[in-house]
Design a protein around this ligand. Structure first.
Ligand SMILES: *Cc1c(COP(=O)(O)O)cnc(C)c1O
Length: 420
């Protein structure tokens, strides 16, 4: 059980909406900072511990700068994400480049920035060599296949498009050693939004054992293991967050049991979590436009699944607070919808909520990761603003809302066809 909390009151939100109209995503700086510190503290027994924040979760330079100040790096998977990292001063080995189906020019950009390149496939070695050159440090993403089970969001490892399969993993490192690589990392990511902490301890065991095998069979000394992202957040009030201290203690015990006796200490451990870092500290704030009685009762918001598509694509639960009605009984059952011409444009189905009226403000929880960033323009919907509730209590616009001009900017109209 945990409390689903909104960091501002209804009166404060009404005040904010006078300057910044709904819908918008609101992020809580202080909570993000404290959360980042809790993670570093939980893994403080690892001298080089780092979390490379998965940029795709919340690709906003202000959020990335805050996390940089807290000692985080950036996990990138595309050229624009690499560019964002460079812009906020995250460079060199503070960038993890974990991509798949990667275009050659992105390898070149990653190499130019001195990023740690994490290869998804043995076939990428040639592309890398040809377009970027072989770096001194290389990592591979490992896909354990039948050795592990995944979860709903990411699927079973044998069905996943990611990573080097078991049968190729030793050869991948061997080839890189022959190519003159001096330093090696090992990565995996087999679950997403996983709340069972023991899953991550088992992932560490799998990687530790592979580190030992690579050393024994190929004479390769792995410098770090990268546990990937995938640590879940408690979207539902009856769920609990992953206890990082317990995960860390479990990993430490395995480290002492598997790595130390082989003389492979020190081995660094890193993560590339996005969701658990910012997810719980973002809210999509929206105003109720209509309440309509049909075969069911529909609450129509001014936000749509273009602002938050997780409920529609994953059936994900996102808690909803009706501002100012926190203590009222949840006596009504609503479908909470957006305005897309798409019937899965629903933030909640059959949700028990207090009586809602047009004009009410709602806060949809846990939108700080994979919220804004998954947005799109279907039905001519425009992307919203992003606001930061700063540690001093003031609110800062960290991304303006799109306008019709943005929507039209990429279009070429028929009358312009003769122009180049
Ligand atoms: C998406 C992703 C992450 C981040 O996942 P979270 O669920 O946000 O922690 C990290 N690494 C890779 C390779 C990813 O694809």
């Amino acid at each position: 059980m945990h409390e689903k909390h909104v960091p501002v009151s209804k009166a404060q939100l009404e005040e904010i909406t006078r300057q910044f109209p709904t819908p918008f995503h609101l992020y809580d700086e202080q909570a993000i900072r404290e959360n980042a510190r809790r993670m570093l503290d939980a893994f403080s027994w690892i001298p080089g511990f780092k979390n490379y924040f998965a940029v795709k979760a919340c690709p906003n330079p202000k959020i990335m700068s805050i996390l940089k100040e807290e000692g985080f790096g950036a996990d990138c998977s595309s050229l624009p994400e690499l560019m964002l990292s460079e812009k906020v001063g995250i460079t060199g080995e503070d960038i993890m480049f974990t991509s798949n189906d990667t275009p050659p020019e992105e390898f070149a950009a990653a190499k130019r920035l001195g990023a740690v390149i994490n290869l998804d496939d043995i076939g990428h070695i040639e592309t890398l060599e040809e377009h970027a050159g072989i770096p001194e440090l290389i990592s591979f993403r490992y896909n354990p296949g039948e050795a592990r089970t995944g979860n709903v969001i990411i699927g079973e490892p044998t069905e996943a498009k990611y990573g080097v399969p078991r049968e190729n993993i030793l050869a991948a490192y061997r080839i890189m050693k022959q190519n003159g690589v001096k330093r090696f990392g090992l990565h995996t990511m087999v679950a997403s939004n996983e709340l069972d902490g023991s899953y991550f301890v088992e992932t560490a065991r799998m990687l530790f054992e592979l580190v030992v095998e690579l050393h024994r069979k190929e004479g390769i000394r792995i410098e770090f293991i990268n546990m990937g992202g995938g640590i879940g957040i408690p979207n539902r009030p009856d769920q609990d967050p992953v206890d990082l201290k317990t995960v860390s203690a479990g990993m430490k015990a395995l480290y002492n049991q598997i790595i130390v006796p082989e003389g492979l200490d020190p081995l660094n451990i890193v993560f590339e979590c996005g969701r658990m870092i910012t997810g719980p500290y973002g809210w999509l704030v929206s105003r109720v436009r209509h309440v309509a009685e049909k075969y069911k009762t529909y609450v129509g918001l001014d936000a749509t699944m273009a602002n938050l598509m997780r409920p529609a694509i994953y059936g994900a639960y996102h808690h909803i607070t009706v501002m100012g009605k926190e203590d009222m009984p949840c006596s009504r059952i609503y479908d909470v919808t957006g305005s897309l011409c798409e019937n899965n444009d629903k933030f909640a189905i059959d949700r028990k909520l207090p009586e809602i009226e047009p004009g009410d403000l709602v806060a949809i929880h846990d939108t700080g990761a994979h919220g804004y960033s998954m947005g799109f323009n279907y039905n001519g919907k425009l992307r919203s603003a992003e606001l930061l509730l700063k540690s001093d209590g003031t609110v800062q616009l960290i991304r303006r809302a799109e306008t019709e001009d943005d929507y039209f900017a990429t279009l070429r109209f028929p009358e312009a066809e003769t122009e180049v």
